[in-house]
Design a protein around this ligand. Structure first.
Ligand code: NAD
Length: 268
């Protein structure tokens, strides 16, 4: 079978579990050599071993996105191991339960919670992009995919700092696409809706999951492979004329009048 990403090298941050794991495995399954980058060493090593055991090529890489030196070390190790970088997926985010719980009422929001959200989600994305771009340009171009969120464009009553940090990711996506388009660098963002993972199941109560499903146009909530398939598409030459775009992957929850789910429910 002709694999879409044969000969390409991809780095995926936060790929030691959940959505990032699905994405890095999907990129590897399409023939890319992958760097499984995470602050979670154990997770990165497990995922890289699983890819290698199933015939792919993976390197586990420790990175702490709060630390620019750590980012530089990861990028250097990736280049030393695989010789080039073609694809960067900025997937990592600060989703620690304590951080998400403290990211609540705006009138009580501590500045440190705001800073923590921006430090990983926005500044971490910037640092990875900054340090990968020279190698990507040297390789003749490449694709950067930033994971944002539906709450970057839709108002919500929860997580104002997380939402604003993802808004910064959207803006940085367009800046990257604009500054480096002529060097054949494409940069797009994926905006997931609620994606069912162990983490989101533990954080979102069952009754709220049911509400989300009711307001989703399609008859189910999302799963990590929905994001992974979009990332593979954006990484591949199938998307070679697509840049600077924000793609909602959310079953249509962001596309309609807010009362549609209630009207549909009243009609059954
Ligand atoms: N799950 C959802 O419903 C959902 C919805 C919208 C957007 N997203 C986004 O999708 C992405 C993946 O989310 P997930 O649900 O798989 O959550 P997750 O917590 O499993 O993934 C985040 C990853 O980032 C890593 N990370 C955190 N801080 C880091 C740091 N300082 N340095 C390096 N790595 C670090 C974590 O170890 C983890 O592996 C995130 O960007 C998240 O904001 C998720």
């Amino acid at each position: 079978m002709n694999k879409k990403l044969k000969g390409k090298v991809a780095i995926v941050t936060g790929s030691g579990a959940n959505i990032g794991e699905a994405c890095v495995k999907a990129l590897a399954a399409e023939g890319a050599s992958v760097v499984v980058a995470d602050i979670n060493r154990e997770g990165a090593e497990r995922v890289a071993a699983e890819i290698n055991d199933s015939g792919g090529r993976a390197l586990a890489g420790y990175v702490d996105l709060l630390d620019e030196k750590s980012v530089e070390t990861l990028v250097a190790a990736s280049l030393e191991h695989f010789g080039r970088i073609d694809i960067l997926h900025n997937n990592a985010a600060d989703t620690r339960p304590a951080q998400m719980a403290a990211d609540a009422s705006i009138t009580e929001l501590d500045g440190s919670v705001w800073d923590a959200a921006f430090a990983v989600n926005a500044r971490g994305t910037m640092l990875m992009t900054k340090h990968c771009l020279p190698a990507m340009i040297a390789a003749g171009g490449g694709s950067i995919i930033n994971t944002s969120s539906g709450v970057s464009i839709l108002g919500d009553i929860f997580t104002p700092a997380y939402s604003a940090s993802k808004g910064a990711v959207n803006s940085f996506t367009r800046n990257t696409a604009t500054q480096f388009g002529k060097q054949n660098i494409r940069c797009n963002a994926v905006l997931p809706g609620l994606i069912l993972t162990d983490l989101s199941r533990s954080m979102v109560p069952e009754d709220q999951l049911a509400m989300l499903e009711k307001h989703t146009l399609l008859p189910r909530l999302g799963n990590p492979n929905d994001i992974a398939r979009t990332v593979v598409f954006l990484a591949s030459d199938d998307a070679s004329f697509i840049t600077g775009q924000l793609f909602a992957v959310d079953g249509g929850i962001s596309t309609h009048q807010p009362f549609v789910g209630d009207v549909l429910a009243s009609m059954v």
